[in-house]
Design a protein around this ligand. Structure first.
Ligand code: DHB
Ligand code: FE
Length: 279
């Protein structure tokens, strides 16, 4: 039987890719952030996953403001990296797991989530940065991918409650999957940040701590706020926390926190990294 071995959450700021490319990890600006990753890598080596189900948002590569699916599920055998180029060089493709994708899509639609199915999907910094942080210098990624995209960009956005329910439906689908994969759930983006408008540069440590403190033990607490309230608390791009909430739902009912790192700022973002295991 397939097993969900845990969940890894991290910010996906493109500038991290620039720091990796320049080998700047030990510079004073970057060290407190990169120091959060040895425990993540040790844990991954220990749980040895061969599949990833990721929750992230597209940043204009696949969907722009004219066409914006609320929930998009990749169903391809390969995902090409086509980042905008301000971080890591555009390189390694990601191997997909189309059969698992279709099983998850069947489950989501049966649970009345009307998802967009994508037999072609490009990946951007929302996945390449978390992957490179997890498996630095890997000649090829050790996992096959099912990418799930959540609209955190073009309003109206799905509610936090809906994103948690989406993740829980993915968990349910995995329970009826007949494969024997070891699956890691990945949630990327956040935490608080705002890149544009009068509040550009806004971050909110109190709200981020509220999210991190409740993620393992009481994820429903993260659904107390409306989208507009989350924008107010976390910033216009801080709503990427929706990806974390969905990923937490996919992990399963009970979870315990294994690791956390939080550092302000990386670029314009309050950068956070967490590892949770099923409890
Ligand atoms: C930054 C953060 C993001 O989440 C993103 O997608 C792009 C840029 C930043 O802080 O620079
Ligand atoms: Fe982002």
């Amino acid at each position: 039987m397939a097993e969900i071995v845990g969940a890894y959450f991290t910010s996906h700021v493109p500038a991290i890719g620039g720091a990796i490319a320049r080998e700047d990890q030990q510079a004073p600006y970057w060290k407190p952030f990169f120091d959060g990753f040895p425990p993540v890598r040790e844990w991954l080596a220990q749980v040895s996953p061969d599949a990833v189900i990721s929750f992230s948002n597209d940043h204009g590569l696949n969907f722009f403001l004219d066409k914006m699916p609320t929930f998009a599920v990749g169903a391809a055998e390969e995902y090409h990296n086509a980042d905008e180029g301000w971080g890591l060089p555009v390189y390694k493709s990601m191997r997909g797991h189309a059969a698992l994708s279709w099983h998850i899509i069947e489950g989501l639609v049966a649970d009345e989530f009307d998802v967009t199915t994508c037999q072609e999907m490009l990946v951007d910094h929302a996945l390449s940065i978390p992957f490179e942080l997890a498996w630095p210098d890997a000649p090829e990624w050790p996992v096959r991918l099912v990418p799930i995209g959540i609209n955190t960009v073009q309003h109206p956005l799905p509610s936090a409650r809906r994103c948690l329910a989406l993740g829980r439906s993915v968990h349910k689908a995995i329970e009826s999957w007949q494969g024997n994969e070891r699956i890691v759930i990945i949630g990327t983006g956040g935490l608080s940040h705002q890149l544009d408008g009068q509040r550009a540069g806004f971050m909110n440590k109190d709200y981020d701590e509220f999210c991190m403190d409740n993620l393992a033990s009481d994820p429903d607490a993260l659904t107390r706020d409306s989208i507009h309230e989350i924008v107010r608390l976390a910033g216009t791009q801080g709503v990427e926390v929706l990806n974390w909430i969905a990923a937490r739902g996919a992990l399963g009912p009970a979870a315990r926190e294994l690791h956390r790192n939080y550092h302000i700022p990386i670029s314009n973002t309050a950068a956070a990294t967490m590892v949770l295991e099923p409890a």
